[in-house]
Design a protein around this ligand. Sequence first.
Ligand code: NAP
Ligand code: MG
Length: 401
Amino acid sequence: MSKITMKTPLVEMDGDEMTRILWKMIKDELLSPYIDLNTEYYDLGLKHRNETNDQVTVDSAEATKKYGVAVKCATITPNAARMTEYDLKEMWKSPNGTIRAMLDGTVFRAPIIVKGIEPCVKNWVKPITLARHAYGDVYKATEMKISGPGKAELVFTAEDGTETREEIFTFKGPGVIQGQHNREDSIESFARSCFKYALETKQDVWFATKDTISKKYDHTFKDIFAEIFEKEYKEQFEKAGITYFYTLIDDAVARVMKAEGGFIWACKNYDGDVMSDMVSSAFGSLAMMTSVLVSPQGYFEYEAAHGTVQRHYYKHLKGEETSTNSVATIFAWTGALRKRGELDGNKELSDFADKLERACIKTIEDGKMTKDLALITSIENPTVLNSENFIKAIRETFDNM
Ligand code: NAP
Ligand code: MG
């Protein structure tokens, strides 16, 4: 059988530790035998980021703007321990943060649904895709401890020197204050990324804030979403048969628990931080969460939601057997290959991606899985496979399909 060819290169961002090991196995076992892989390779492994003074991360983001689609392996975000472990010149910033800032993108996380790994919320039969606005609010806030009586004010000084003041509170004793901000252009990009991804995946968008209480701050988010939707996306949504739904955040939380899934839940920064952990843990396993960064211009970067699985890597280095789940990393590849296929009109490539995903799901549903899933599955007597044999089992399923 001849291999599938690719017209345009895919931007390939290699990474660190256990996921770097899986990365190679996935390419060798599941991709290269079937596809004449055409990728532009960037090594985002920490060693090479350090050697290039992190220029490689910037270059890989630029390449994503050029070609439109990237696939990324999990990478180490350095901390003090990594400084010594890798003898780093600097505590390089998170690659995901750098890439997200350069593409001005929003991250969408969705669980991979498999029979036998049931979500805790039994009515969630379809995935809930969570989109978190990753800029501003409490994450860029300025805070102050107030020692005693006095007046706290919000002051804005315009470029021409004009001041606008609002009293926050007149303290009679000690307390705390906090100043938050967001930018209209960032909220606009967030809204466009959400609407764009909804059209791509044919899913409704839910968005919620607390605009009844926060009549200027949160209301601005609501207004920007409504305006962009009306002007740029309403007609396309109608054609696609999907809807945009706005409600209050507490109402959204209540409705999500009763919903069956199958929609995108757009969240402000803090809500997204909290709710994504709730949604992903309720769906079962971090190893079964996919993640895609979508820019308002329509650039896509696919990856797994989990990290480099450091603990397993150290076992691997000691020559011990690991049972690390490669599904989310495989889905990063299939997501990127499918998108590349769609953009290039390469149906063979998109079909391959669909088939490989079905092979992953079928392998697990047939009872063959890694340890993390064996611990939570409702399938009786699952076969627990090591990292490599799980990938080989997927290949066998694929070849038999
Ligand atoms: P992690 O890699 O997500 O792993 C945490 C734990 O979750 C693992 O020890 C393992 O539990 C379980 N797990 C995660 N993925 C798994 C998989 N595919 N198969 C089986 N079990 C899995 O988080 P971490 O260990 O806290 O972080 C390691 C490194 O990843 C850090 O340097 C961090 O900076 C980086 N990171 C990168 C990204 C990214 O690039 N997107 C995201 C998050 C973290 P058990 O040990 O109990 O088996
Ligand atoms: Mg969090």
